[in-house]
Each structure stands twice: as C-alpha cells, then as structure tokens.
Design a protein around this ligand. Structure first.
Ligand code: ZN
Length: 267
C-alpha cells in the first residue's frame, strides 16, 4: 500500500512536488485545476523531471466542478475537451489512472437525464483513455453518487470504468458510512482510495484522521478484506501540514497492525 498527498492547486506545482516528496509521501495525487495547476498552463517536461528527481509516483485527479452532465451541449463538450487534455497530460507524466467526478448539476432535469449525460461523457472519454494506456475511474460523491445502487448506474453500463472510493465522502449525507456496501458490490473494481475525516452531515471537512467520526480502523480492515493493496491519498486539508504527516503515520501504523491481524485470522 502506498500513501500519497494531493497538491494544492493554488500553489506552485513544482514546489508542491518537492514538498510532498520531502514529507516522505510515495506519490502525488496530482489535481489539474486552476489557478496554478490548470492543464492549459502545465509545463509537462518540468513536472516530469521534478517527479523523477523526487522519486514520486503519480495518480491523476481532475476538477470536481466540470459540467459533465450540463444540459448545455457546448458546455458538456467543453468538459470532454478539458478532460481529454488532462488524459494526455497524465499519460505524458506516467500516470496509470485518472479520476472523474460525476456531475449532478442539471436543474429541472430528472435523475435519468443526469445519468444519461454522465454516461455519454464517460463513454466518450473511456476510449481516449484506453488509447493512451490510462484507466478512468469514478469518485463517489455525497448527494447523488454515494451508495452502491447510485454508483451502479454508472459502473454497470461501463464495465471498463474503475472505482475510486472516497471513504470520507461515504460518511456524508447518509445515516451510515457506505464504504462497506460499495466495497461489497464493487471492491473488485477498486483502483484508488481517498481518506480523510469528518463529522458526518453535509460538511466535507477534510480533517486529519481521528479528528472526526470516521471509524478508520474498520475501513482499513474492509479494504484489506477485499485484498486492496494500492494507493491511498490522505486528503487532509490544513494550512499546517503537520496534520497531514500525523495522519500518514496513523494510517501506516493502522494498516500494518490490521494486516497482521487479518493475516493471522486467515492463516
Ligand atoms: Zn476525494
């Protein structure tokens, strides 16, 4: 299992690469977002060189607010264009996966329309991703794409689409954390994980591990029970990055302890 951190898109990307490596993370969850990390202004050779010098791996992340299901066709097509540029950049940078957030913004349109438009966009992006040697994965979001049944509406029609599980999101706007039901249904398609704490409700607080109500030991056990051993990004957002490195140490310790316990139970 590898632990990573996301760059802050309001800070210089090369400096973020250096800082994330200096903190001891194993990969960067590179979000290509304005103002300072937009794909249009990305210096790919410089970022690639910085990643290589730092010895950092990379997972691709994109802006959560692109209009994938916009009823305005020109806007939806613009989202496809932007995401294609991101795919090309991530392929050049050596990433293997790029995430996409499903879109819910289509006022006065029903759920079936939202699903149809998201599927249209994802269906246009998937062949481009595969041609570039990248996988495309969808991240669960509260209010619309946060249960196994809701994610099924996108994952079932597109068997090549991967699952990117955000365990913090799975705790929001729900009476129970939906991680277990999502893993039960789609654990075999899990490609990447985001982990951060919150207190339930509708506030996506991105707290350090242990500062909210998430049962992190339980969720780590669930990941290991479906044989997940891939990338986990700590999406702990604080100006003081000691909260981030503390969370990294907590995660590594819990992961290793749980591994021993699960291993003993299975042997
Ligand atoms: Zn996330």
């Amino acid at each position: 299992m590898q632990i990573g951190s996301m760059n802050h898109p309001g800070r210089d990307l090369i400096e973020e690469v250096r800082e994330i490596a200096a903190m001891g993370f194993e990969f960067i969850d590179l979000t290509l977002e304005p103002p300072l990390a937009g794909v249009q202004h990305l210096d790919i050779p410089a970022v690639k060189a910085a990643l290589e010098t730092a010895g950092l791996g990379i997972v691709g992340h994109t802006a959560y607010y692109l209009p994938l299901c916009s009823p305005f066709e020109s806007l939806r097509r613009a989202a496809v264009t932007e995401l294609r540029l991101c795919l090309e950049a991530f392929a050049a940078l050596g990433a293997k996966w790029m995430n996409v957030h499903p879109d819910r913004q289509a006022p006065l349109h029903d759920r079936s329309y939202v699903i149809k438009r998201n599927l249209q966009t994802l269906g246009e992006l998937l062949p481009a991703a595969l041609d570039l040697g990248l996988g495309l994965m969808i991240e669960n979001l509260p209010a619309g794409f946060n249960s196994a049944a809701q994610l099924a509406e996108l994952l079932d029609p597109l068997p090549q689409l991967g699952l990117h599980l955000d365990i913090g999101h799975a705790n929001l706007l729900t009476d129970h954390n939906t991680t277990d039901e999502i893993l039960k249904a789609y654990g075999g398609r899990l490609c990447h994980v985001h982990l951060h704490d919150n207190k339930g409700g509708n506030s996506d607080l991105h707290l350090p591990l242990g500062a909210g109500t998430l049962d992190t030991p339980h969720h780590i056990r669930s990941l290991q029970n479906c044989y997940y051993n891939g990338t986990i990004t700590l999406e702990v957002f604080s100006a003081d990055r000691r909260y981030l490195t503390h969370s990294r140490d907590v995660l590594r310790q819990l992961w290793d302890e749980t591994m021993k316990k699960v291993g003993l139970e299975k042997s």
